[in-house]
Design a protein around this ligand. Structure first.
Ligand code: MN
Ligand code: MN
Length: 236
């Protein structure tokens, strides 16, 4: 008896009160997707599976060119599109409102939310859920932290996913939202991902994004368009 140490903490116990059922739990981010939304869903689904939970990453729509580059670079398959979330077991990443979610989310069974945004959400649940929102630069930083808390080793491809998400959201650690935790995650993940020159990797991501290849003006306009519902008024 005595002091409880971090290594004595049982990570799966965080979620012990959640009934994931026997079917698949889909992990999905906002619409339209960005790199945090896609790469974090992939890395979190991998962590869940390592812990014996039947989870799969899904996307709200096809990823942008920057995310597609990261997927190619690390040899990770693009997740399938989730057309309708109604009736499904769902974990939301990188958003907390129905306005930005996949269609049918109002009648989904939301089990968890991992996010780093202000809480504009209208999400209500029938049972207690695992809700982790941190005021940091990227959702992937939370997932990185959870790999450590869960004591699950991070393989190269998953390190690459989380690294790409954090670089994208924090503008290569330059954005005002960047915290020490994001920096710590990036320094750890770039090594695990085998990225020796982070700046040139980030530049390549940026160039893919800014090339707007095969995109119409409308596609470009809506590529990072988010919807908000505040006091019954819808904003974009
Ligand atoms: Mn996002
Ligand atoms: Mn984000």
């Amino acid at each position: 008896e005595g002091a409880v140490r971090q290594r004595d903490i049982n990570y799966p116990a965080y979620m012990q009160g959640i009934d994931y059922g026997t079917g698949v739990t889909y992990i999905v981010g906002h619409n339209p997707p960005d790199s945090d939304t896609v790469c974090t869903a992939i890395a979190y689904a991998n962590l869940k599976r390592e812990l014996g939970i039947n989870a799969e990453a899904r996307i709200a729509a096809h990823p942008n060119a920057e995310t597609a580059y990261a997927l190619r670079y690390f040899g990770v398959r693009e997740p399938l599109v989730l057309e309708n979330a109604s009736g499904q077991n769902i974990i939301l990443v990188d958003h907390n409102s129905f306005a930005q979610a996949v269609k049918g989310m109002e009648s989904a069974n939301i089990l968890e939310v991992l996010d780093h945004h202000n809480m504009i959400g209208d999400i209500k649940t029938a049972t207690p859920i695992y809700y982790r929102n941190m005021p940091i630069g990227c959702t992937a930083t939370i997932v990185w932290l959870e790999y450590i808390e869960a004591n699950v080793p991070i393989k190269r491809d998953m390190a690459g996913m989380m690294l790409s998400a954090i670089l994208s959201d924090t503008d290569n650690l330059q954005s005002s939202t960047t915290t020490d935790l994001d920096r710590q995650a990036v320094y750890n993940l770039e090594e695990k991902a085998g990225i020796k020159d982070r700046n040139s990797y980030f530049l390549a991501m940026e160039e893919e994004f800014a090339a707007y290849k095969d995109m119409s003006d409308k596609d470009i306009f809506y590529s990072d368009y988010k919807e908000f519902m505040i006091n019954g008024i819808s904003y974009g």
